[in-house]
Design a protein. Structure first.
Length: 164
């Protein structure tokens, strides 16, 4: 798409104003009589070496696992950290601590890591059929019955916070 210098300047101003691509598409149609698809507008912006300004995400969506209006500090710990390893985190019940991955492993609705009271770790996952799986780092490891009960209680609490 070839635009003259004045049109390029106008499109740049629209980008600076924070207009979305769909709004730019509409303005191109009304002001310049150019009928472009959304994809054409994306290519045009790219050809002009412009960057669309991303809207500020709402505070309620800034952190996974927080209730609307809750502070971001209440979010789940970053993936790879166990609840007991987070500075300032309360001690986990029965020495069991768990975390929820920000990105679930393949084939799972949700996944994470758990550290049992004896220091052994495992990855857990909940599949699409609601089955809970546990993959211990040490082959053949089986946590104690109390650790399993503590793990399930904490998991239920964490998943409830995330809306599961």
């Amino acid at each position: 798409m070839n635009l003259d210098e004045a049109q390029r300047s106008t499109v740049s101003q629209w980008i600076e104003q924070g207009l979305k691509l769909s709004e730019i598409q509409n303005k191109l149609a009304t002001e310049f009589k150019l009928s472009l698809t959304y994809m054409d507008v994306r290519f045009l912006i790219d050809d002009l070496k412009l960057k669309v300004k991303d809207a500020e995400p709402p505070a309620a969506h800034a952190a996974v696992g927080t209730a609307p209006g809750a502070p971001a500090e209440a979010a789940a710990p970053p993936a790879g950290l166990l609840g007991g390893d987070v500075p300032g985190a309360p001690p986990a019940t029965g020495g069991v601590s768990l975390s929820v991955d920000h990105l679930a492993r393949a084939g799972a609705l949700v996944s994470g890591k758990v550290k049992f009271s004896d220091g052994k770790t495992a990855e857990w996952y909940l599949d699409q059929q609601g089955r809970l799986g546990l993959a211990a780092a040490e082959k053949g490891y089986r946590p104690s019955e109390q650790d399993v009960m503590d793990f399930q209680a904490q998991l239920q609490t964490e998943l409830a916070k995330l809306g599961f």
